[in-house]
Design a binder for this molecule. Structure first.
Ligand SMILES: Nc1ncnc2c1ncn2[C@@H]1O[C@H](COP(=O)(O)OP(=O)(O)OP(=O)(O)O)[C@@H](O)[C@H]1O
Ligand SMILES: [Mg+2]
Length: 381
């Protein structure tokens, strides 16, 4: 439960403070009486809705303290002050007060005697304005978070792009030097073959990164559309599995397909991306242990599971990893932008499916994708 910030009331002489408190309480507004400008300035350090004060509570000296506190407000804050004017002639006049606070204080005047309805109306307006200010503060915080995330992403993305680029550049320099030295072995079939192979690998990595970045932009602009067609999940899983044959053989893995075909109305290219992302993660975070993949049908849904025996994920991170740029500390020394699962989730959800994870830190992970088998009309998102 959030507690509304109070109206601070400073009216040290007579009954004004008590009466104002009563009026506010009847209107459901929280008030707090303070005894002096000093106490007021102190309380203002906490969240405050507005200040209600009588003119006679302010002296030339104390107005300086108040001015200081008001001056140190954050940019989003413009604390409303309601000043109840004095009926008596005073040396330090309303005009003086207004001059002192001009430009820094959001002051409105209420002529005394004040009718109850006028007081409540004035305070309600101030509270509304203050509420807006708090909303602006929240927006500012959100924007700062988004900016920080973007900066983090940019530095991560440049680091990720730099790695394959550096490796390509090094290879090119090494070949160049070998050619300059007259080393004929650079032209051998074996060397050329290995060069092509590693160049292809780095280029694939670069294009994967660029694709991910483009997908993020598309998702944000609402342009990632899906083009459904009749697809057999078994066939697709087998195809992608075969394209990872070398890596899967390296760690040992099992592909267990449902006995019956799993036809659905899905976007083939996007589902391929889902499978690829989960395979890549299982290989990246699987600690070199065997990976088990399976497909099966239950009720009206097709299931696709990828299980590894690697570093695992603590349960507190299970939902967060499906969001943009979210990575878990344990995987920091393994390259990645934290986008794969976000894109995967967007694709699965756009097929009216779900994705979830079962995992424990240090004990491997199982990712489970559930897709409807029946034909659906898809929305574009
Ligand atoms: N199989 C897994 N085992 C352990 N942790 C995983 C696994 N899959 C994902 N994670 C955790 O979830 C995070 C998010 O995964 P995601 O695929 O979105 O990003 P990434 O792999 O870091 O980068 P990329 O954008 O290249 O996919 C990873 O950084 C990792 O911390
Ligand atoms: Mg990934």
């Amino acid at each position: 439960m959030t507690i509304d910030p109070p109206v601070l009331i400073l009216a040290p002489i007579g009954q004004d403070a008590k009466l104002s408190m009563q009026v506010l309480a009847e209107a459901g507004i929280t008030g707090v009486i303070v005894k002096s400008i000093n106490e007021l300035c102190e309380k203002m350090q906490q969240p405050t809705a507005c200040i209600l004060l009588t003119e006679e509570s302010i002296t030339r000296e104390s107005s300086g303290w108040l001015k200081e506190v008001l001056n140190s407000q954050e940019t989003w804050s413009d604390l409303p002050i309601i000043l109840m004017t004095s009926q008596r002639e005073r040396y330090f006049t309303t005009q003086h007060i207004l001059e002192i606070f001009s430009g820094i204080g959001n002051i409105s005047l209420l002529e005394r005697p004040v009718r109850t309805v006028t007081l409540v109306a004035a305070i309600s307006v101030a509270l509304r304005a203050r509420h807006r200010q708090y909303q602006v503060r929240e927006l500012l915080v959100d924007q700062q978070t988004a900016l920080r995330q973007r900066d983090d992403f940019l530095s991560m993305a440049s680091h990720e792009l730099k790695t394959p680029l550096t490796s390509l550049k090094l290879q090119a320099q090494m070949r160049k030097r070998a050619i300059e030295r007259g080393d004929a072995s650079v032209y051998s079939h074996e060397k050329v073959d290995s060069l092509i192979h590693s160049t292809e690998k780095q280029v694939d990595r670069l294009s994967h990164l660029v694709d991910e970045m483009l997908d993020i932009t598309r998702i944000r602009n609402g342009k990632l559309s899906i083009h459904p067609e009749r697809v057999d999940l078994n066939v697709l899983a087998r195809e992608v599995f075969d394209s990872f044959a070398t890596q899967f053989q390296g760690v040992g893995s099992r592909l267990e397909l449902s006995p019956a075909a799993l036809f659905g109305f899905w976007d083939r290219f996007r589902l391929e991306q889902v499978i690829t992302n989960l395979f890549t993660n299982a290989l990246k975070y699987g600690g070199g242990q065997p990976i088990e993949i399976k497909t099966y049908a239950k009720a009206d849904y097709a299931y696709f599971e990828v299980k590894d025996h690697g570093i695992g994920i603590d349960s507190e991170h299970h939902s967060r990893i499906f969001y943009r740029f979210e990575r878990v500390a344990e995987s920091r020394n393994i390259g990645g932008l934290g986008l794969g699962l976000y894109i995967t989730r967007q694709i699965v959800e756009s097929h009216h499916g779900t994705i979830r994870v079962e995992s424990e830190l240090g004990r491997g992970s199982r990712f489970i994708v559930k897709l409807p088998l029946k034909e659906k009309v898809y929305d574009h998102f």
